[in-house]
Design a protein around this ligand. Structure first.
Ligand SMILES: Cc1cc2nc3c(=O)[nH]c(=O)nc-3n(C[C@H](O)[C@H](O)[C@H](O)COP(=O)(O)OP(=O)(O)OC[C@H]3O[C@@H](n4cnc5c(N)ncnc54)[C@H](O)[C@@H]3O)c2cc1C
Length: 183
């Protein structure tokens, strides 16, 4: 049994670990477009706020962890660009080199999440408006604002979450995202 999982962060990695428990002999391959596996994305706001100081603290596991501890193969910086259900194959593209290969499977799990919605607000494309979904997104904010100012001192770090909250604005769309996705 060969299983390919698309997406190797929260859903994909959890699914892979569960599958390994259910079947010790299955060949499991996780394919991830981004550079990291199983990163703690929920900690991103705390990293930006300075509470979690090191980016490495967000990286809970890597390719070696999965390979050595649970015998699961991982290909990072590799994206699925095509699925042929009748052939039971997927087409993979190496993000760095552009090389395209085909991989067969018995079962395919899709856990690619969704793309970020940028609400159609005036000014939404201005510099200084960021998306925060993955570790590299937080790095962009860090590089732009925090490192340039020499980082935060202890007092600023402690104040950061409150400061962020004071300055944040929540907006709601009229239609829930899930309804829009279905419709
Ligand atoms: C800033 C932030 C804070 C959050 N805080 C919380 C919290 O406190 N509590 C909570 O419960 N949840 C929180 N969440 C939500 C939680 O992180 C997500 O619900 C969860 O990560 C979704 O898991 P997923 O596996 O579906 O998607 P993701 O974790 O986004 O993983 C999907 C992966 O699939 C990859 N991918 C997509 N398409 C392809 C392709 N074609 N080929 C290869 N790979 C592909 C993507 O690169 C991505 O890494 C937070 C999210 C964010 C961004």
């Amino acid at each position: 049994m060969k299983i390919i999982i698309v997406g190797a962060v929260a859903g994909g990695a959890s699914c892979a670990a569960r599958l390994r428990r259910l079947d010790e002999t299955a060949e499991i391959l996780m394919v991830e477009r981004g550079p990291y596996v199983f990163s703690a994305n929920c900690g991103l706001p705390y990293h930006i706020g300075g509470v979690i100081e090191k980016e490495s603290s967000l990286l809970v596991a890597n390719e070696n962890t999965f390979r050595n501890q649970v015998v699961i193969k991982v290909r990072t910086r590799c994206e699925v660009i095509g699925i042929a259900p009748e052939m039971k194959t997927v087409r993979l593209r190496d993000v760095a080199t552009g090389e395209v290969t085909t991989e067969s499977h018995n079962k395919l799990v899709l856990s690619p999440s969704a793309s970020t919605i940028r609400p159609p607000q005036p000014g939404i494309d201005l510099l200084g408006i960021f998306e925060v979904r993955m570790v590299p997104d937080a790095r962009v904010i860090h590089d732009r604002f925090l490192r340039r100012r020499g980082g935060l001192d202890r007092r600023q770090r402690e104040d950061a979450p409150a400061a962020w909250q004071r300055r944040s604005t929540c907006t709601r769309t009229r239609t829930p995202v899930t309804t829009r996705a279905r419709g």
